[in-house]
Write a protein that binds this ligand. Structure first.
Ligand code: YH5
Length: 281
């Protein structure tokens, strides 16, 4: 049996393409829909495009976690995500991650062929920890202040953001290690935009490097986020320059997996970054 994730070399930069299967995603929502109906064909075409552009992971999400978003019912999330994972796993040679905080979605996604659980709530929802452990899949733990995108931006405050984010990730990882996981089966993510002000996001980026030295691969997601748009009042689809720029800076600070909407420009920028750094290895 192949595990397309364990074959990934996370000492090299890897790009994770975002496949939002929500009808309302803030920057690319609805493109995969024909009216109210999710089009599996459209999803597969988008997946093939991202693979052709150099993505090595596809992140499938059925819940919108943008600031202020409503949590979707479990049944709806299952209905959106499971058929897509099944279709991709059966037809395409790519690692699949499932962007979910919901226990039942973790279980069904694993059965459908997912290779990684990507949880922005870091397994804090009811039953999520047990469900993730039951699947035995690797887990990406992301830092969010609180557990609710609806309230996470209500005056977030930190004494020392880098230290606090790191402590949180290590603490959640310790629970997984106790359940039999190795450090490399757990990925870390600082959670840019999740319960952080503009200033705090950039401070966290500057304090990111030590987080990459803890034995867990470091994933980052900046793509099209407000920490770019707030600087120039750009719309979500006009943030590519800032997204690529932040990805390269994060690579300099130890990140190796990059969750992005625009695969080709990120793959190109990170190849350039890797080439420029080849004498440092
Ligand atoms: C992440 O960073 N983010 S969903 C708001 C935006 C733009 C983009 C207002 N899932 C992450 O992409 N998983 C999401 O502009 C994630 N890391 C991981 N591991 C939010 C998102 C977005 C939100």
């Amino acid at each position: 049996m192949s595990n397309r994730l364990t074959d990934l070399d996370v000492s090299q930069c890897q790009v994770m393409g975002i496949l939002n299967v929500t009808p309302d995603s803030f920057s690319d929502g609805g493109r995969l829909y024909e009216g109210a109906q999710l089009s599996i064909d459209a999803v597969l075409r988008q997946a093939e495009t991202m693979i052709g552009e150099g993505a090595s992971i596809l992140d499938i999400g059925g819940e919108s976690t943008r600031p202020g978003a409503e949590t979707v019912a479990e049944a709806q999330e299952l209905e959106r995500v499971v058929p897509v994972i099944e279709a991709i796993a059966n037809r395409l040679d790519i690692a699949i991650s499932v962007d979910t905080s919901t226990a039942a979605v973790m279980i069904e996604a694993a059965k459908a062929g997912a290779h990684l659980i990507n949880d922005v709530r870091a397994l804090r929802r009811e039953g999520a920890f047990e469900a993730a452990v039951a699947t035995r899949l690797p887990v990406c733990l992301m830092h969010m202040l609180g557990t609710d995108p609806k309230t996470m931006q209500n005056s977030p405050s930190y004494e020392n953001i880098g230290a606090e984010v790191t402590a949180f990730l290590i603490e959640q990882r310790a629970r997984l290690i106790e359940a039999g996981y190795t450090k490399s089966q757990v990925w870390f993510d600082p959670g840019y935009g999740f319960g952080k002000t503009l200033e705090q996001n950039y401070q966290l980026l500057n304090e990111q490097a030590p987080m990459s030295q803890l034995g867990s691969p470091l994933l980052v997601g900046f793509s099209r986020k407000s920490m770019i748009g707030k600087l120039d009042n750009s719309a979500a689809t006009e943030r590519l320059g800032g997204s690529v720029s932040l990805a390269v800076m994060a690579a300099d600070r130890g990140a190796r997996i990059f969750r992005v909407h625009d695969v080709q420009p990120h793959v190109q920028a990170l190849r350039v970054w890797q080439m420029a750094n080849r004498h440092n290895n």
